[in-house]
Design a protein around this ligand. Structure first.
Ligand code: ZN
Length: 411
């Protein structure tokens, strides 16, 4: 109850769900946007380190693109109604709000020539997608109609499946470790052979994809559970089910192996033999969606985020009005060192300001009075209520910048 992300989202001024916007379309206040930005920047940096390249595609596509990908026939109930204006004379040219990135990244891949030497091509994007979820299923940020996926598509040769699976897997584990999410299990999601009509692709292709993915997971030596009927319509996948501090399960990351979409789009690369061959695609998301992952970490940390994620990392609290000038100087010095900091200039009593900052789960409260101003120091209090006492400003900066840099969960 205390950890409910909808309640904390309001109290910590992170996001707003307004009656004047469609249900399931959250808006983010400055502190919530800062949190999103930190989460996404971290994944972006990590992806770059792992060799992914970022691309950008718009929020609109054409019906015909989704017919080619077959989403039009298998996923349509999750798509918003199409938009057809005066200028679009056929249904094929009508607009769709993007529910998936795959067809867009595939179109980017197809726009260029590719030789076997440059594969794998790894396109990543933080893309907001629109899905027409049933109104009754929408809950805060956990299930929304506008979700931002940290999506990537890897276009590769058949001999690169294991290596690219490992890359996606290792990246995911690294991100989980940074967030302190150590309790998760892995689902190998397969096709239900009794309901073949719900999937696209021949038996042959599915057999190939499922055995390749199983071999890739087996080679990691991790435990997994095979779950029949949970595959994507175009291929089998590995899903990471994370348990939060309350033991509740969240489906976050996914790694999917796809032999079908390359076929649908007629994708090619020029192989060593000089002939055109068909690549294979890995679809993968690390945190899944920014919104859902944010819901999870709000509840996991009960709003008390690690310092590197905290929207406001330090609050400077002047004891009296005459200390505001020094408080502003402290703020500017900390800002210059890359710390997110505010000054509480309200005419409340010092204790009330400390309590309010603690309620906002701000990691550090820096109380400044005559003595601190004279010594170029700050009196440091932690949100845990621990009192570190007077600390030279330079020492505090060293402490906080080291903790931010290490993405440590210490204060
Ligand atoms: Zn995809």
């Amino acid at each position: 109850q205390k950890r409910d992300h909808r309640k904390l989202g309001r109290e910590l001024k992170l996001f707003v769900l307004s009656e004047d916007l469609p249900a399931g379309v959250p808006m983010f206040l400055p502190r919530g946007e800062t949190l999103r930005y930190q989460m996404e920047s971290y994944v972006r940096e990590t992806q770059e380190r792992y060799g992914y390249q970022h691309v950008w595609t718009a929020h609109l596509g054409k019906v015909r693109l989704y017919k080619t990908s077959k989403h039009w026939f298998t996923y349509r109930e999750n798509m918003f109604p199409v938009m057809q204006g005066e200028q679009e004379t056929s249904e094929d040219d009508a607009y769709v709000l993007k529910p998936m990135n795959c067809p867009h990244h595939i179109t980017l891949y197809k726009s260029q020539m590719h030789s076997y030497r440059e594969l794998p091509v790894r396109y990543a994007e933080f893309a907001t997608l629109y899905r027409y979820e049933k109104a009754g299923t929408l809950t805060g940020l956990a299930r929304v109609r506008s979700l931002t996926q940290d999506d990537a598509h890897v276009f590769m040769r058949p001999d690169q499946i294991q290596e690219e699976f490992d890359r996606a897997f290792n990246l995911t584990i690294e991100v989980f470790n940074t967030y302190g999410l150590e309790d998760y299990w892995i689902s190998l999601s397969l096709r239900d052979p009794q309901k073949k009509e719900e999937y696209v692709g021949s038996d042959d292709v599915w057999e190939k994809a499922e055995s390749a993915l199983r071999a890739a997971v087996d080679a990691k030596g991790v435990e997994y559970k095979a779950v029949i009927g949970e595959a994507a319509f175009y291929g089998p996948k590995v899903d990471f089910m994370v348990r939060d501090a309350l033991g509740r399960e969240w489906q976050c990351s996914t790694i999917q192996l796809d032999f079908v979409q390359p076929e649908n789009f007629g994708l090619e690369y020029i192989a060593e033999d000089g002939q055109a061959h068909r690549p294979i695609i890995i679809h993968r998301a690390v945190t899944g969606s920014t919104e859902r992952f944010m819901a999870m970490i709000i509840e996991h940390f009960a709003g008390a985020f690690p310092v590197w994620l905290s929207p406001v990392q330090a609050m400077v609290i002047p004891i009296a009005d005459r200390h505001i000038e020094y408080a502003n100087k402290v703020m500017e010095t900390l800002k210059a060192a890359g710390v997110r900091v505010e000054v509480d200039t309200r005419s409340e009593r010092m204790n009330a300001k400390v309590r309010d900052a603690q309620m906002q789960k701000i990691p550090y409260m820096l109380v400044v009075g005559d003595k601190e101003a004279a010594d170029n120091a700050v009196a440091v209090r932690l949100r845990t209520n621990e009192n570190l006492g007077a600390t030279p400003l330079a020492s505090f900066i060293e402490r906080v910048t080291n903790i931010i840099k290490a993405k440590s969960r210490d204060l």
